[in-house]
Ligand binder design. Sequence first.
Ligand code: TEU
Length: 574
Amino acid sequence: EIQRAWWKEASIYQIYPSSFNDSNGDGVGDIPGIIEKLDYIKALGVDVVWVWPIYKSPLIDMGYDIADYRAIDPRYGTMEDVANLIVGLHQRGLKLVIDLVVNHTSDQHEWFRQSRSSKDNPYRDWYIWRKPRYDEHGNHQPPNNWSSYFCGGAWTYDEPTNEYYLHLFASEQPDLNWECDAMREAVYDTMRYWLDKGVDGFRMDVINLISKDPALPDATIVHQDREYHHGAEHYANGPRIHEFLQVMGGIMKDYDAFNVGEMPWVEDPDEILRCVGSHRNELNMIFHFEIVEGIDHGKGGKFTPQQWQMLELKNIVNKWQRFMYDNGGWNALFLENHDQARTISRWGSDKSEFRQLAAKMFATFLGLQSGTLFIYQGQELGMSNIPSEWEMDEFRDLETLNHWHELCDTRPDDEVAKALAKTQYHAKSRDNARTPMQWSADRHAGFTSGQPWFRVNDTYTECNAAAQVGVSGSSFEHWSAILRLRKEMADMFVYGDFELIDAEHEDVFAYTRSYNDDSSLVVCNFRERPLEWTLPVAWHNAKREQVLINTHGDVLLDAETVLLRPFEAFACAQ
Ligand code: TEU
């Protein structure tokens, strides 16, 4: 029996405000710019807009370093603009989800300024301070061996009080101490503050990292040659995580609000189910990274090479589709966000002749799976990674730049390593997803009338919204058709059973969805070359009239086979 919920049937469009639409010509996208584009978003057919952090911030990590949870960064606009955004969305039947970033703040947050000022300050305990360890020469050393996600160690020494503070991300992003009752209450109040303003829910940044083992033990050493080590075993889904998530889940329930938790470094399905199980009242769903990072980050970390494998992709997709279905959980479906490279460049092709076909194939592949669908700005157009000719001085993201600078410092003469790193940035840097939105073939892609803060991708003349909206066969219109299909056939495509077909095939990803006596077949050619594929017996003699959606205008069905052209995808029903 189906457990229906609006948020299960919803599709969510993610906006990266800096690069979405600039209304005032200062080169940075802003909230009024989003408001100008609400009809575009509505036309795509999504139900919810997720806007990433627009709070006051020094933008060391582009807004994931928040200096005031209750103020809007002037670059993006004002509180009044947010109110207008909420009205504009609600008038169109759309909801607003904002980012809740409460594992850490900016070091410019008043809480941290206070905390840092003295050991006796009431805010001292709001962050994670520890005494140094000392080496044999009497020099102070970090309290443990943890690494930060943005290079180097996870601790920064603070001279005036002779203690270190913890930061899992940049040193300008100190971690909040969730063991502190007053701090937790302040966070919960912040949530209510935004819900009272009419926000419909949260995307909770690295929410599974908030509960750390208070002993903060050393990480197990996996890579002997490194100075710092990955400590996730001591804080990913840590000791009190469910207690905290249940409080937050309770607040969400009071407001009938939506939440999705970002959860890196956890792969145990049972633990994830404890977070999203329908009776748990914690999170509606989570983002895990087994699919988008698991298969193409190398063993030595994100910027080490790895050739993704089709059978691995099939295994992982199948595992999650089945697991959630069988156990009362719920999937968040995504391939892109502000931290990931563009799908067509990563797993398909961004060559001119294939760009839109690949984009439409991935839309079909993802969009007809079970779960709540997330689309990241530009994905609907088939936007691609930054061009391979761009040099290092074009990059903006601190994760990429820190990695590069560390490499240049430690191995200044290693040209081979540097060349390899550059290929990896072009493949996986977060900047690939952060170039300005491509609205038209006009100057700066119609994104701004001024100087864009980040260079516009050179592809904008061929890939832009103006060339696609209302144009049949375009990537935009195909995404829109997928979203309609999910609505019209929600029992099957949102809630139905999932079954992987032809699991050993290296080039074609195929699955069926079924509900009661209805079933559908989804077939995707992931390759740049044509191939013939044998239909499952139950689909022999499938007729053209049964085709629900396709990428190439028609489907070359024969009695027992189908001829798939490059990046062709289709779905049919019976
Ligand atoms: O990302 C957290 C996270 O898991 C990262 O390790 C992410 O996988 C990485 O950036 C990919 O290279 C969240 C936000 O999405 C990210 O933008 C922030 O920088 C980070 O938290 C810190 O707030």
